[in-house]
Write a new protein. Structure first.
Length: 234
């Protein structure tokens, strides 16, 4: 009998935001895998580091931090093979994922490679989307509003087109794309309605008006929340 593959959402960074279910599953796992940069520590692992046991086998999935998706594909291919060996041997494997596994989560790469062969369960986590809104005290949407979630990596024209149509939007993966996002929001007259959040739930958390952000310092894990107009929520 094969083991079960678990996608474990560990939330945005604050260990207190990891769910009770994720911790319960984590404690019973013989094998734990997690994404990590080419050099350095895994952020997802750091969130639950105090809950890991020396008896657990750890698999660091070293993903190159590049703009192109192509270099990461062989990494996930190799990780899927290694994880698959453990699963075939009857060992459960948990893959830690920052935020929620199915919300831009790296776990999706392994899910697509392994879920058709092995039993798979996903434990949802607090996503960056809801963590940023809670940290900033900015409601995402209310009543019949529509929320548009956009990666800042889109081309400028494509991003502007989407934002023109949006009632409320969350713009993710800012980093070096912040100047582009700022230009678009200024052109659309939405810059003064935008709130910038970085490292939500961590000690390094920052919440700023868009005009006060230094474009050179914006990390990849930052977000802009914007609503076109205030609505009567009563």
């Amino acid at each position: 009998m094969s083991g079960t593959l678990y996608g474990l959402g560990v939330g945005p960074g604050d260990p207190e935001l990891v769910t009770v279910k994720a911790l319960r599953v984590l404690r019973g796992l013989p094998v734990v895998a997690y994404p990590a940069p080419s050099d350095g520590a895994s952020f997802a692992r750091s969130v639950v580091a105090s809950r890991l046991s020396p008896a657990q086998t750890e698999i660091a999935i070293r993903v190159p931090m590049t703009r192109s998706v192509a270099p990461a594909q062989p990494v996930y291919d190799r990780a899927a093979l290694e994880i698959g060996e453990h699963l075939r041997a009857g060992r459960d494997v948990g893959v830690l994922c920052q935020g929620d596994p199915f919300f831009y989560g790296s776990f999706i790469q392994l899910f697509e490679r392994l879920a058709t062969e092995f039993p798979t369960k996903v434990v949802p986590g607090v996503s960056s989307l809801t963590a940023c809104a809670a940290a900033a005290g900015v409601p995402l949407v209310t009543r019949d509003e529509i929320l548009t979630v956009l990666p800042a990596t889109l081309a400028e024209a494509a991003l502007e087109k989407r934002l023109k149509q949006a009632e409320a939007a969350a713009i993710l993966k800012l980093g070096r794309h912040l100047p582009k996002v700022r230009r678009i929001l200024k052109r659309l007259g939405l810059a003064d309605r935008a709130t910038y959040v970085e490292h939500a739930s961590l000690e390094s958390q920052k919440i700023l008006a868009l005009e006060d952000v230094d474009p050179a310092s914006a990390p990849y894990f930052s977000m802009v929340l914007v609503r076109r107009a205030d609505r009567d929520t009563r």
